[in-house]
Design a protein. Structure first.
Length: 197
């Protein structure tokens, strides 16, 4: 028998599986590409998934450990979203090390730090933040359908621990933002060039 390519060689089952996987992967990427420009709709869909997940947790009175792990993962993603890609504290430490060694620190092209324009580049881009949080929510939602993940725990301790962890990490992140004078959001700010008179 001849296949479509006309080579006369029949494809193996492994090649069929591989071709099917590539086809599914291509379709998945096309769906993601269509969703890319719709930021508000993407986040509303994720919020809807989160609502379904929390509704499942509340109505079933179980899977608190899944909910806690999901919340910790989302907190980790949020912190990566708020942090700059190039940490200014590391750059300051490197400059201090060079000065301590007696070497002449390499100065950047602008002579003053205030004259330099440095756009805020996130450690985790918004697209990756959305995609990772949506995937995590779907995985957590599917974990609630298995009794294996319904570990009996005293949930008020998990809630208190999460809010304590959230408050401490956000306080540290806000202090870092104040110390190095960066704002991770540009909503409502207008770019101004030159000196204000």
């Amino acid at each position: 028998m001849m296949n479509d390519s006309g080579s006369g060689i029949e494809p193996t089952p492994l090649q069929n599986v591989s071709a099917t996987y590539v086809k599914i992967q291509r379709q998945y990427q096309q769906i993601l590409d269509r969703w890319t420009p719709h930021v508000l709709n993407r986040w509303l869909a994720t919020a809807g998934l989160l609502f379904l997940f929390f509704l499942r947790i509340v109505l079933s009175q179980g899977w608190y450990i899944v909910c806690y792990a999901h919340a910790i993962y989302l907190l980790n993603l949020l912190l990566a979203f708020l942090q700059p890609k190039f940490d200014p504290s590391l750059q300051d430490d490197l400059m201090a090390d060079e000065i301590e060694e007696g070497g002449d620190p390499v100065s950047p092209l602008p002579s003053q730090r205030d004259d330099e324009f440095r756009p805020f580049v996130r450690r985790l881009p918004e697209w990756q933040f959305w995609l990772s949080s949506t995937r995590a929510t779907l995985i957590a939602l599917f974990c609630t359908f298995s009794e294996i993940f319904d570990v009996p725990v005293y949930w008020p301790i998990l809630v208190i621990y999460f809010f304590t962890l959230f408050a401490l990490t956000m306080r540290r992140q806000i202090q870092h933002m104040i110390k190095y004078k960066y704002i991770p959001f540009d909503i409502g700010r207008k770019a101004r060039y030159g000196s204000a008179k």
